[in-house]
Ligand binder design. Structure first.
Ligand SMILES: Nc1ncnc2c1ncn2[C@@H]1O[C@H](COP(=O)(O)OP(=O)(O)O)[C@@H](O)[C@H]1O
Ligand SMILES: [Mg+2]
Length: 387
């Protein structure tokens, strides 16, 4: 996927080593594509965490439109609560690249080679000498699923768009990959609970095959009971409910396939089947290895160490960052400071494509069953002839 070019109307931050083009934001991060100072794309994005006010602003509009509050006070309370929740989930992101997850090359690829940009930021308040440490991440630049889906908007209307059979097949394959990506993270004991289509990206191999990438896996939990009860809510439906304005609306043409595929595969039975399958296997294998070494060692001190290591595996396997999970972009501190303090991105927000609005609105009016009949009037109507 080509990174967009640095046009003059785009919101670009000029750093010392790099240039940063704002490409989008959600409720947790704002994201910039990274270019070298002579405009060459690095093919990576940097994800800058939003602070409390930014997060609150990001969640407020959809929350207000969902109208679950009776008064302004109740809304304020709800918005604060939701903001804290959203902020909290960000702290779990490093888990995705720690320990055995960071070791797994295929898994890393599926989350766009997410890396941490570790960088202590001196506090802007003078004299207190403190550092605060917003964790920035980097990731491969990919096409968002939303962009990819544009070509399928309004496709149920043959006058608006004609689609190649091949395109539909690829789309179905992409939906199938939504399912398999969920299975992949379940195998690591991770459950993503929002099921938002906008959290995926896509890239194409040289032979044109589409590969789905999970670009935003921040909202996840690791508790099986909680996961089970959320799964039963079938939240993927939100992507086809026109009033769920906090979800991108799935193109009409794929809605049935999407819902059927999710209903069929994202089941409690499959959750139990896949849950921690990989982690359990790795834990067992490593434990067996340590046990063997413990048995054969002549050194009693070493044997105790191995025994302790074996009994700590359930924690130690999930901790620690390998060098390749820390980014080596060598981003200057002043660049990071500029990125963290950027607020101009707010005026360069995402414009919801008109086609998405039209599909949502049509569904609101009664979905695909809606038929519009032209009104045919006789020119020699008898109506009004009172003479
Ligand atoms: N790897 C990426 N490549 C291209 N665009 C991205 C990438 N990651 C995020 N974006 C853009 O930035 C937006 C916000 O990023 P996301 O990771 O979803 O953060 P949030 O948790 O705030 O929703 C996305 O909706 C997308 O438009
Ligand atoms: Mg997102």
């Amino acid at each position: 996927m080509q990174m967009p070019s640095l046009s003059s109307d785009a919101h670009v931050i000029q750093g010392i080593f790099y240039k940063y083009l704002f490409v989008g934001s959600g409720a947790q991060f704002r994201v910039y594509a990274v270019y070298t100072h002579d405009d060459r794309p690095t093919r990576r994005v940097v994800k800058v965490p939003l602070d409390f006010d930014e997060t609150r602003k990001a969640i407020s509009e959809p929350l207000r439109r969902l109208a679950v509050h009776d008064s302004e006070e109740m809304f304020d309370e709800l918005a604060d609560k939701r903001t804290y929740e959203v902020l909290r989930f960000k702290y779990d992101v490093p888990r995705l690249i720690e320990g055995i997850l960071g070791e797994d090359k295929i898994f890393r690829r599926k989350i766009g080679n997410l890396k941490m940009l570790q960088m202590p930021i001196p506090s802007s308040k003078p004299d207190n000498g403190a550092y605060h440490l917003p964790t920035l991440f980097t990731q491969d630049f990919v096409m968002t699923l939303d962009e990819y889906l544009q070509q399928f908007r309004l496709a149920t209307n043959p006058y608006m768009r004609t689609l190649e059979l091949e395109a539909i097949r690829q789309l179905e394959e992409v939906v199938d990959q939504v399912i398999s990506l969920n299975f992949t993270i379940w195998e690591y004991g991770i459950f993503e609970f929002v099921f938002k289509p906008e959290n995926f990206g896509i890239r194409f191999s040289a032979n044109g095959k589409a590969e789905l990438i999970w670009i935003d896996l921040a909202e996840h939990i690791t508790d099986l009971d909680e996961a089970t009860s959320i799964l039963k809510e079938r939240r993927w439906q939100h992507a086809v409910l026109p009033h769920k304005v906090d979800y991108q609306f799935m193109p009409t043409i794929i809605q049935n396939y999407f819902i059927e595929a999710c209903d069929k595969s994202l089941t409690v039975e499959n959750l139990n089947k896949y849950w921690r399958r990989k982690t359990n296997r790795i834990e067992k294998a490593r434990s067996r290895k340590l046990r063997m070494r413990e048995i054969v060692t002549q050194d009693s001190k070493k044997a105790v160490g191995l025994w302790i290591a074996r009994h700590n595996l359930s924690q130690s396997l999930y901790q620690g960052f390998l060098p390749h999970t820390i980014d080596d972009l060598a981003m200057p501190l002043s660049d990071v400071e500029q990125l963290v303090s950027d607020r101009e991105y707010l005026t360069a927000g995402r414009v919801i494509p008109i086609e998405e609005k039209v599909e949502r609105h049509t569904a609101e009016l009664g979905g695909t069953d809606l038929r519009v009949f032209p009104v045919i009037r006789s020119t020699f109507s008898q109506e009004g002839k009172t003479l």
